[in-house]
Design a protein around this ligand. Structure first.
Ligand code: 0YR
Ligand code: MG
Length: 370
């Protein structure tokens, strides 16, 4: 399966309601920025990272794919995923300028595309190649009802609608003011009752003192996890917060490497582990984090930079993955959307990694890559 071509692409897909915000980001489109890899045997694979659809930085990623990664891949055997992972990650010139950031996001797209090719060549959905199904169902939790930009009444209505639709888990954003966020959390808990898991996500906005104050009051509301309470890289802060609150600390969506996760494990600063195949260098690197999490008996809840198109395969196959994020922005752009029925993700059936775009999405959302 010789690699014949590596072609970058960018799709910008509108989010629900035209615009959403968390504590640090305002987003109108989701960026699907990736690589199409063609083999001489005729199989085409797709992989992508997830961005805020900021075209200039998206084009840094596609340029890295086109001018730095493609020359390292052309002529190689696409099925040599482990060797090619190291060839890209340990390339002396690229690790000098990268190791995290643009080069890793580009690498994520490449690694996922190679897994897509491998699964298509085997005529199997990716989860079968990852060892097969370990659970009957993957529970979904809904993030799309909980943005910070949604007014209180609409937030409550959205949470109730999600529960009526069958979701047994939701997540709402925090990180505005302690008073506003506590009010909203209490309103939602009251509206959904005690049986639905309710997580919160601060997107790294607050400091330790604010988190401690918030947690003291929030503990009574049965919070499933507090995601990214503090700045992403602050290991000792998360460790300190974890020691003083009973609310489990979740993080990982902004971490690029196994080494970054290793520090959080070592300091017992993490209770829910949230790697992302679009942030780390693909499935290959995320599997390492999932295995390590499992060795500490910590649950994994992958972050959906891919809007769960790829992670649904991982979650069906890996014993550590207990629950998976649902945000429906881009699912209809793919030949097999990551759909949720009765609060659980459907088991993918088509060969591949769930990353093949439809012809209409390709036509409608395509942006120039340079
Ligand atoms: C907006 N999920 C997240 C949105 C999401 C972000 O940037 O994508 O809130 O990535 O934190 O858990
Ligand atoms: Mg998050």
């Amino acid at each position: 399966m010789k690699i014949k071509s590596v072609t970058p692409f960018i799709l910008h897909v509108p989010v629900t309601g035209g615009q959403i915000a968390d504590s640090t980001h305002t987003v109108s489109n989701w960026g699907v920025v990736g690589a199409q890899i063609q083999t001489e045997s005729g199989i085409t694979g797709y992989g992508f990272t997830g961005t805020h659809a900021h075209l200039p930085s998206d084009q840094l990623i596609t340029r890295c794919i086109e001018t730095c990664h493609a020359p390292l891949l052309i002529g190689e055997d696409a099925s040599d995923i482990n060797r090619l992972w190291h060839k890209l990650a340990r390339n002396p010139a690229l690790q000098w300028v990268g190791r995290a950031g643009i080069t890793t996001l580009a690498h994520a797209a490449i690694d996922v595309a190679l897994w897509d090719i491998k699964a298509k060549a085997a005529a199997q959905p990716l989860w079968k190649l990852l060892g097969g199904q370990v659970r009957d169902k993957v529970r979904a939790y809904n993030t799309d009802i909980g943005w910070l930009s949604i007014p209180d009444a609409q937030l409550v209505a959205g949470a109730q609608r999600a529960v009526a639709d069958g979701f047994t888990g939701i997540k709402i954003k925090v990180g505005s003011t302690v008073e506003r966020d506590l009010r909203r959390l209490a309103l939602v808990r009251q509206a959904i009752g005690p049986d639905v898991t309710l997580a919160i996500d601060g997107n790294g906005k607050w400091n330790l003192a604010t988190c401690q104050r918030f947690c003291r009051a929030a503990e009574a509301l049965d919070v499933y996890w507090f995601e990214e309470p503090l700045w992403y890289d602050d290991v000792k802060g998360h460790a300190q917060l974890a020691r003083v609150t009973s609310i489990p600390v979740a993080l990982g969506e902004q971490l690029y490497t196994t080494d970054a996760f290793a520090e959080f494990f070592a300091q017992q600063a993490i209770a829910w582990v949230q790697p992302d195949v679009t942030r780390m260098a693909g499935i290959t690197e995320v599997l390492r984090v999932c295995d390590t999490a499992h060795s500490f008996r910590l649950p994994v809840a992958p972050h959906a930079g891919d809007m769960s198109q790829v992670h649904v395969h991982l979650a069906y196959a890996h014993p550590a993955c207990e629950v998976l994020e649902y945000i429906p922005w881009i699912k209809d752009c793919f030949t097999e959307p990551a759909d949720v029925v009765d609060g659980h993700f459907k088991l993918p059936q088509l060969p591949g990694a769930g990353t093949t775009p439809t012809a209409s999405a390709w036509e409608k959302y395509r942006q120039v890559t340079a």
